[in-house]
Design a protein around this ligand. Structure first.
Ligand code: IFM
Length: 458
């Protein structure tokens, strides 16, 4: 057993103690449109900034694209059957904005809307509640060409798009998510160019932060207005930010990254103000009444959590900070991300302390390079151990007062992992991308058993 991964290979039994969950606790799996659908040029779908990114030299490892991905557009019925076999209560998916509005606004693509009708109806028929995420990073290219999130009008375009979805699906979908991981797509899209649209510009980053916050507020209002009984959340990726080592400039770098990563969206949306450094920098873009437009009543806090992140000073980057390394002896999982289960518990408790609301864990999971053995089985014990440990920390947080209402694994399927292409596999179901064959991994069986046993205890 390698020392670094000892925590994953031999979790301490005491650390796995359980508490009783609410009887309405929701167990689910998460996916997102661009990562699984494929059919990128089919049935009238327009291009998104990710289609462009995939065609930009150096944009994605191996030049991989989401053109086919998991071909979920054609295989959604099989994928719903996989979810039914897992026994999940809920399926969190996202709608591809350019599939339903190929140019982002204006002409509607009926075939695109029909596709999500089929997914929603199929999930409901299988006894699985659809949780709809309005935006998971695939901005229509046509809107980016008009300034994208750096243009204040984008908040209104988003509200119109959200209204279209609310009118169409609100009779069947009651769980709505405005955005997935605000800070990731704004930071990596506009400041550290690791994601679409791949811009490096402080001013555009600040504008994007504020306009996305305005879009969120407007989206909450239209969904609340159009969907009777809607339960609305926003999904924030909160990860503790630690300095690489203890040099003062790295400590400073971590403090600024913490504001951009953990506070720039949660605080204005839930407390009605920006955190100190962001507030100062963003002032030129804030108009009278904006904070009230952004801070709308929410039903729950969506948390995506994987592990802590590390910052170091890097004068070549837009904000003077860059990604740092975890201490060399840190436990890591397959894709090299740090594994600190305690940080997950602490994050749940910090959200409880700071925002005082119910929490749904909308993503948690573990990447790796899982390959089938000779018999075709995929024995991903590393993922099972990760999920066991993180679940145990969720129980610990609940015992300490966190009001956790649900847990979704990222992800149902191996999929297009953005800039890493198909190399990082996060699925509990293996996908052979050459044949599109799905094979549940050992972790899928483990998750199905966990859900059964938790229901039994409830
Ligand atoms: O694949 C992503 C997902 O789109 C957003 N959250 C993190 C996942 C793993 O990197």
């Amino acid at each position: 057993m390698s020392q670094t991964n000892a925590i994953l290979e031999k979790p301490d039994a005491e650390a796995l103690a359980k508490t009783k969950l609410r009887s309405d606790f929701v167990w689910g799996v998460s996916t997102s449109a661009y990562q699984i659908e494929g059919a990128a040029a089919e049935d009238g779908r327009g291009p998104s900034i990710w289609d462009t990114r995939c065609r930009t030299a150096g944009g994605v490892v191996n030049g991989d694209t989401g053109d086919v991905a998991c071909d979920h557009y054609h295989r959604y019925e099989d994928d719903i059957a996989l979810m039914r076999d897992l026994g999940v209560d809920a399926y969190r998916f996202s709608v591809a904005w350019p599939r339903v509005l190929p140019r982002g606004r204006g002409a509607v693509n009926d075939k695109g809307l029909d596709f999500y009708d089929r997914v929603i109806d199929g999930a409901l028929a299988a006894g699985i509640e659809p949780w709809l995420c309005v935006y998971h990073w695939d901005l229509p290219q046509a809107l980016h060409d008009q300034g994208g999130w750096a243009n204040r009008d984008c908040a209104g375009w988003y509200a119109d798009y959200a209204a279209l979805l609310a009118r169409r699906y609100g009779d069947r979908v009651k769980r709505w998510i405005t955005f997935n991981e605000f800070s990731v797509f704004t930071l990596f899209g506009y400041a550290i160019p690791w994601a679409a649209p791949g811009i490096t510009d402080r001013e555009q980053h600040l504008r994007a932060i504020h306009h996305v916050n305005l879009a969120h507020g407007a989206g909450v209002d239209v969904i609340r207005d159009l969907v009777p009984g809607a339960s609305i959340g926003a999904v924030h990726n909160r990860q503790r930010v630690l300095p690489e080592g203890d040099r003062a400039e790295n400590v400073e770098a971590a403090a600024l990254l913490d504001e951009h990563w953990n506070l720039a969206f949660c605080d204005p949306q839930l407390l009605g103000h920006y955190s100190p450094r962001v507030a100062k920098a963003i002032e030129p873009y804030v108009q009278a009444g904006d904070m009230a437009r952004i801070c709308r009543p929410m039903d729950w806090f969506g948390l995506n959590h994987y592990g802590p992140i590390f910052a170091k000073a890097d004068p070549t980057r837009a904000w003077g900070y860059g990604w740092g390394d975890a201490p060399p002896d840190s436990p890591t999982h397959g894709v090299g991300w740090a594994v600190f289960p305690d940080a997950f518990r602490d994050e749940l408790l910090e959200i409880t302390r700071r925002y005082r609301m119910p929490i749904v864990i909308t993503e948690n999971g573990c990447g790796g390079n899982d390959t089938p053995d000779e018999s075709g089985a995929i024995d991903d014990q590393h993922r099972i151990n990760y999920l066991r440990l993180y679940n145990a920390k969720m129980h610990e947080a609940i015992r300490a007062g966190a009001d956790v209402r649900g847990y979704f694994v990222w992800s149902l399927l191996d999929n297009f992992e953005w800039g890493s292409g198909y190399g990082n596999r996060f699925g509990i179901v293996h996908v052979d991308f050459a044949t599109q064959k799905r094979t549940p991994k050992a972790s899928a069986r483990w998750y199905a058993d966990l859900i059964k046993s938790e229901r039994f205890r409830a």
